[in-house]
Ligand binder design. Structure first.
Ligand code: KG4
Ligand code: ZN
Length: 366
């Protein structure tokens, strides 16, 4: 089975092809970083327009890279949410057009499911069941994952996501967009012990997290300190976030009893986070798995692969094939746990319910 995946939820246009026998055959990405840099953040309308410009050439490019053609594809997948509505619609409509033209199944994928399952593209792939820490620009969540599509939320940030905290703090420090990697670079030159920043909810005894207060503490520290302290402030901030995530990860592993922690989403690219998690969990016999470094941030590979995983489950392919003329819906806000149960129950057990177009697509909210 060969699946083409399209990712356009934010500021990266990604297209990839995943094949049962050959694995990842092609993977191309266009980053809009330079487009948005002048504004200090993603401008949704510009993002949508840029996806339109780049998506078709990227699809042509990935077919060449994979030495394959549209005739040899078995399914078309796209990110249906969460993300920017206009950006999502570009990927969704192009995917739907291709699927209709080629009479192929059209598979909507949850962006966070893509991140989460992409760790299985690591070698060796982490086995189910595992506990996952999803750390992206919009989400910081612990989940248990029994198999693809079976996600249970254990706890999450009650305010800013970790990635969002990185981005906002980077802005306070006068760093350019995208803030997370820039802050991490500055932090690597600083002393994390010079300033002690708060660790909100560290001892709450549950898996709730909070990062918005940290940003306020950084703002105050910046006001009180001279310019030369910036690297040390960045390091103290990074250390505080990593300390909270690692402590909560220890608690999550104790609660779940799993022997594998999968860390995914843009912040999983962070080296301090990777090292600290390994340092604290490996001695307890816990494997910490990450997606390959280049697949930590948004990409098409994780969408092609997540769709491929869905299609391996009994009845799912048949469910999509039964859709006469599938409609497409995007979900700018979308709960992962509800989505997982829904695609498994709706598609696999009752394909008839998937044949209505438009807002009644299998993944729309009730
Ligand atoms: O998963 P992702 O690419 O997009 C979303 O789904 O949100 O995550 C992007 C987030 C941004 O907040 C970015 O600042 C953060 O991941 N990020 C990092 C690093 N690389 C990306 N944060 C800390 N350290 C990094 N090296
Ligand atoms: Zn993402």
């Amino acid at each position: 089975m060969r699946v083409l995946g399209i990712e356009t939820s934010c500021d990266e246009t990604g297209v990839a092809i995943y094949d049962t026998h050959q694995g990842l055959m092609g993977d191309v990405l266009y980053s809009q970083v330079s487009l948005h840099a002048a504004y200090g953040g993603v401008v949704p309308e510009l993002a949508s327009r840029d996806h339109i410009r780049h998506l078709t050439p990227l699809i042509e490019q990935v077919l060449v890279q994979a030495s394959t053609s549209l005739d040899e594809l078995d399914a078309i997948a796209y990110t249906a949410g969460p993300g920017l509505a206009g950006a999502l619609l570009v990927g969704a409509s192009v995917a739907a057009g291709l699927a209709w033209a080629r009479a192929l199944p059209l598979v909507p994928v949850h962006h966070l499911e893509g991140h989460l399952l992409s760790a299985r593209l690591d070698d060796p792939a982490p086995d189910f069941p595992f506990t996952a820490l999803l750390v992206s620009g919009g989400h910081t969540q612990f989940m248990t994952v029994c198999q693809a599509g079976d996600y249970t939320l254990l706890g999450e940030s009650v305010d800013d996501a970790a990635g969002e905290a990185f981005d906002k703090t980077a802005q306070l420090l006068g760093l350019p967009y995208p803030g997370g990697p820039a802050l991490a670079r500055l932090a690597s030159t600083g002393d994390p012990r010079r300033f002690k920043l708060p660790r909100p909810l560290l001892h709450s005894g549950d898996l709730q997290m909070s990062f918005s207060g940290l940003k306020t503490a950084v703002a105050q520290c910046i006001r009180e300190q001279a310019e030369e302290a910036r690297a040390d402030i960045a390091a103290a901030f990074e250390e505080a976030v990593v300390d909270v995530l690692a402590s909560k990860a220890q608690l999550a592993m104790a609660q779940s009893g799993h022997d594998t922690l999968v860390v995914a989403g843009g912040v999983s690219a962070n080296q301090r986070l990777r090292h600290t998690l390994q340092q604290r969990l490996n001695p307890r016999g816990i494997r910490v798995a990450f997606p390959p470094q280049r697949l930590c941030t948004d990409n098409g590979a994780m969408i092609a692969y997540a769709a491929w995983c869905q299609l391996q489950q009994p009845g799912v392919l048949e469910g999509y094939q039964a859709q006469q003329r599938p409609g497409f819906t995007v979900h700018p806000r979308w709960d992962l746990a509800a989505y997982g149960h829904r695609w498994r129950a709706t598609i696999a057990d009752n394909p008839d319910r998937t044949s209505q177009a438009g807002q009644n697509t299998p993944h729309s909210h009730p």
